[in-house]
Design a protein around this ligand. Structure first.
Ligand SMILES: Cc1cc2nc3c(=O)[nH]c(=O)nc-3n(C[C@H](O)[C@H](O)[C@H](O)COP(=O)(O)OP(=O)(O)OC[C@H]3O[C@@H](n4cnc5c(N)ncnc54)[C@H](O)[C@@H]3O)c2cc1C
Length: 390
């Protein structure tokens, strides 16, 4: 899909907006579409000129698919791959179970492109290729975002949706485990590609885990998360890290036998504050997506949470629920799911659990489906002004 944005698409006076949205990923786009469709004048600032590959396993849960459908995004029309079951590999063994909900995979580049296009169609004033440097209050109680070109945008309300990237003065706490994540696309050997058709595989090794699954175009996405000390032991190079992971996880070695890497180098990020939930915020500043909560990646639920928090924050804003109250309610609503996901993540990092897990799952494969279901965000709930809905 071609990216449709040119500077001459900017028809609104940028100073005239009700809501300023910082970050045009999943959460920012979803919120902008919801607000524009309700008649709000929305300006969205995205630092990339065009969507690019992002660190992500690219698994779309049933809840994410439902929210995307409501936004007018039909992932199947972009070539998404249906994912029907999950397979877990550890200690030389593998076990699989059907997913208890419909799921799919689609590259973030395609998904983000379709979301930006939908935002433009909804009437959002989109400014791409501009990075927000600071966000502060003016004397007249507006929020002021200062951009990399020195210009400013002001609005009474801001949605902070910069994902993994923190704005100075609005940062999330440090990540004590010092997680590092990598993503690489591969073209697998035909027999291996057939083995993962319609499957999302989770592979465990000491110090982290990796996921491999098919995405559109006959390509496989390998996305892995490791503690920095594991990376140090592997020598800090992608090639030696990949070798080390395959030594520690023979299942991965089997999948990658004869595979062709499709990117010049992997996409990498560090500082992932897993388990973080923003407890509160300032007046007029709604925090959504990874800026609201960061769920462990193995759940494949981050996109769903981004869409969910965007929907809830938009509804709260439209109902005039003050941002600090919204943020505290959202925090309470997400906490049980986040704690369960963290508990499961701790289990995956435990060497004894890694050794016995595939055996247990073979005996009781249903537990994988149950865990998959329990770590989902509660769908179609909102964090609204009325206590009954909160
Ligand atoms: C290793 C890993 C694997 C994952 N796998 C999955 C998975 O399989 N399924 C799943 O559902 N979730 C997964 N996630 C989580 C998911 O990627 C995130 O939760 C989701 O992308 C959050 O959406 P967001 O809109 O908050 O952030 P993003 O989608 O990252 O969007 C943020 C946007 O803000 C822009 N931006 C940043 N800073 C600025 C700035 N200063 N000015 C302007 N724009 C800015 C960025 O360019 C970006 O486009 C994974 C995460 C990790 C780390």
């Amino acid at each position: 899909m071609e990216f449709p944005i040119q500077a001459d698409h900017l028809t609104l006076d940028p100073s005239q907006c009700d809501v300023l949205i910082l970050g045009g990923g999943v959460a920012g786009c979803a919120a902008s579409i919801a607000l524009a469709r309700k008649g709000q004048r929305v300006t969205l600032i995205e630092r990339e000129l065009t969507p690019r590959h992002k660190i992500c396993g690219e698994f779309l849960s049933g809840e994410a698919l439902e929210d995307l459908h409501a936004l007018g995004i039909d992932v199947a029309s972009f070539g998404s791959v249906p994912i029907d079951y999950v397979r877990l590999a550890a200690a030389g063994k593998a076990a699989e179970a059907p997913l208890p909900f419909p799921a799919a995979s689609l590259t973030r580049k395609t998904l983000d492109t379709s979301l930006i296009a939908e935002a433009i169609a909804a009437g959002v004033h989109v400014e791409c290729g501009r990075s927000v440097h600071t966000l502060s209050r003016t004397g007249t109680n507006l929020w002021r975002a200062t951009l990399n070109d020195g210009t400013c945008r002001e609005a009474p309300t801001v949605f902070l949706a910069t994902g993994k990237h923190d704005l100075r003065g609005h940062a999330r706490p440090e990540d004590p485990e010092r997680w590092v994540a990598f993503k690489m696309y591969f073209r697998l050997a035909p027999t291996q590609a057939a083995e993962i058709a319609h499957a999302s595989e989770l592979m465990l090794y000491p110090g982290g885990y990796g996921g491999i699954q098919p995405v559109e175009g006959g390509v496989a996405n390998l996305c892995c998360v490791v503690q920095r000390k594991y990376l140090s032991r592997a020598g800090h190079h992608w090639e030696s890290f990949l070798v080390r992971m395959q030594q520690d996880c023979p299942h991965l070695a089997m999948r990658l036998a004869g595979a062709e890497p499709l990117l010049d180098k992997p996409i990498a990020i560090s500082h992932i504050p897993y388990g973080y939930i923003r407890p509160t915020t300032d007046d007029g500043l709604y925090c959504i997506g990874d800026q609201a909560a960061v769920i462990p990646s193995f759940t494949g639920d981050g996109i769903s949470i981004a869409l969910h928090t965007a929907r809830c924050a938009s509804a709260a804003y439209l109902e005039a629920l003050p941002a600090p109250i919204f943020q505290a309610k959202l925090c309470t609503a997400l906490r049980p799911q986040m704690r369960l996901a963290e508990f499961a993540a701790d289990g995956l990092n435990n060497s004894l659990a890694r050794a016995v897990l595939p055996f247990c799952l073979r005996v009781w494969p249903g537990v994988m489906s149950v865990t998959a279901k329990l770590t989902r965000v509660a769908q179609r709930t909102t964090v609204a002004a009325h206590p009954a809905a909160g």
